[in-house]
Design a protein around this ligand. Sequence first.
Ligand code: NAD
Ligand code: MG
Length: 394
Amino acid sequence: MRSVSIFGATGSIGEQTVDLLQRAGGAEAFRIVALTGGRNIARLAEMARALRAEVAVCADPAGLAELRTRLEGSGVAAAAGPEAIAEAADRPADWVMSAIVGAAGLEPGLRALRHGTTLALANKESLVTAGPLVMAEAARHGARILPVDSEHSAIFQALVGEDVTAVERIILTASGGALRDWPLEQLARATVRDALAHPNWAMGQRITIDSASMFNKALEVIETREYFGVEPDQVEVIIHPESLIHSMVGFRDGAIMAHMGAPDMRHSIGYALNWPDRSHLPVARLDLAQIARLSFRAPEMARYPALRLAREVMARRGLAGAAFNAAKEVALDHFLAGGIGFMQMAEVVEAVLAALDGELSKEIGQMTLEDVQGMDHLARVRANEIAQVAAGAR
Ligand code: NAD
Ligand code: MG
């Protein structure tokens, strides 16, 4: 029986993973090792009971008493706090879903890789902040990473049976987000509500705003470079408003392999769960005649400064990804709180990268978790200072 753990089980990706596990037989078909969650303790306890998990862990230590109470008599052990989450990753499991949001997802993923597990990686921040470290740990321990982000799953699938040296370019598709058709000069005034009106995907609030600003695509460009080992100039972004092609790989003979499907994350979660097989998945089938046409357009650089910053980060590498991600998260907090404007998010991130310029270099082979966490902290402090000044100047 395959053993499975889910980090971030109560989130959007986590819930969809649980849904697929339940449909595939749940506790009868899988041995569920660890489930972790954040603040939604009721839901965490409910899924841990249903899947008969060995342990359920919540991020906040203050939630432990409630978690214990809710799990009473179930046989599921309860634990809490970041250290307990990291320890849960030391419990061997054949397949581990990394779906915690943010930099907190890095450590459990790294720990799981050290046990040679197959890591289904949804957490973008792992490859953005510590790509070389994550890939080296996987290689060292013979662990496999299966990408879960729809773009990277699409690229992975387009590469099955291919020689990676024949890859000329990787083309990431982007919806363009909620504000893609707004006049440029109005973007500075876009509100949180405006940025949340995503055309195609139903996702969490933060990632939806990151889609509108294309910070999400910027993270994915960096992830692509790190995961597939291609050069930065081999990674392209194209706006594809229908979101039916999830990404493409161009080969040296001019052929392009595109991956299509309904915009449903259970595609890529299910692919990672069933890999290397394909099993039936409960996702909508495309009616191509009804869709009739697909469209593409180049992203305007003035509209999406995050894409330019991603190029800078890839050129710098080292700890630039950790600084970029942390600054982006803080800038987003300030935008959500109404402190800074929509276009000021990129200005804050750019200013943080400039302020930390002398501290971003790091020999790739020497990078440690502590370096990454240190830079994450430093960049957050700087980003808060810079965002406060930006808010005052508004
Ligand atoms: P989410 O916010 O819905 O869920 C995140 C999960 O992590 C929850 O279980 C939450 O309780 C937990 N969590 C939050 N902060 C934590 C902390 N400090 N410590 C421990 N646990 C914590 O997020 P999501 O949309 O499911 O995304 C998860 C990851 O997958 C992100 O990195 C995201 O970028 C990536 N991703 C998401 C989607 C999507 O469609 N939702 C698509 C592609 C990639
Ligand atoms: Mg994506």
